[in-house]
Design a protein around this ligand. Sequence first.
Ligand SMILES: [Zn+2]
Length: 263
Amino acid sequence: MAVIEGEAIVLRAVDYGESDLIAHLLLPDVGRITVIAKHARKSQKRFPGSLDLFNHLQVQVSRKRPSGLGFLERATLIGAFLPLRRDAARYALASYLIELMGRMAPEDGLRTDTRRLFGFALSALSALAVEYPDQRMRLFLELRAFEALGLCPELKRCVRCGAEPDAAWVGFHVADGGIICGAHGAEGRAGILPVHLGTLRALDKSLESKIDQLGRLRLSGEALDEAQEILFRFHRFHLGFELKSERFLEECLAAGRLTAAAP
Ligand SMILES: [Zn+2]
């Protein structure tokens, strides 16, 4: 029986049988694992309030074999990110990012990858507990999530020849996942979106920013529209699915915009 001890973030928890819980956890040295918390719903003493979504925990898990179901032996709360539970927009964006990690994070992945993912998840939840989310924050955090998952679009150089474009408008090749220069693709061809170079530079700059500083970055309305279109198409093409929390997130962000625009 292997024993894993360390930090974890709760990605999902569902009731199982009469008294147990099945939880998906993200661990820095292991990636995503599935554990069963025996008697978690009967005995409040065993895991008191610790298996709620987003919680940052210290856990002890035992597993009979790698990649198998783990048994949660102990879980103590490090942080609960309470502001995320107090309003719908924060909850919605945090749920969206955590669902993305739950679907895409590797099980028993390479340690450098899993540590990067855990670092992203923890920083994003911490940032959302402070920063009120809008479409711009959603965009920046989703891009950072792709980066953490090793799926970041190429925002600086042509994906075919590596040239750095300097024209005001460039093409973004959805399938190839990045900029395409004038010599290697033409606007209007299927799958190539015309975009201002400035929009891609703003996105690229957001990758260099610390996650808790993303709220300070500005983006004009036009650049935001362009960037949203690119990321939406990139997401659909490369991930190929819609996250369950996506519609709820769209509703919350649309409601937030109306509230912000009201006199
Ligand atoms: Zn090129």
